[in-house]
Design a protein around this ligand. Sequence first.
Ligand code: ZN
Length: 64
Amino acid sequence: MYCDFCQREMDNGIELLGAMICENCFHDISTTPVSSENYDYYKEMVKKLLKNYIYEKTILDPVK
Ligand SMILES: [Zn+2]
C-alpha cells in the first residue's frame, strides 16, 4: 500500500481520517510545530483528507 501523504510505499500504515499514512508522515504531522513552515502544508493536507472523509461518509451513509 502507499502513503496518501508522501506517496511512498509502506508496510504498516496508520489510518487517519479514512486515509492511510506511513509512520513517518504521522510522526511529522503530530510533531510539526505551528511555527514551522511545513505546518501550513500539513494543515492543508489534513483539511483535504478531512473533506474527502466527510464526503465519502455522506455517500455511504446518506442522511435521510
Ligand atoms: Zn508518508
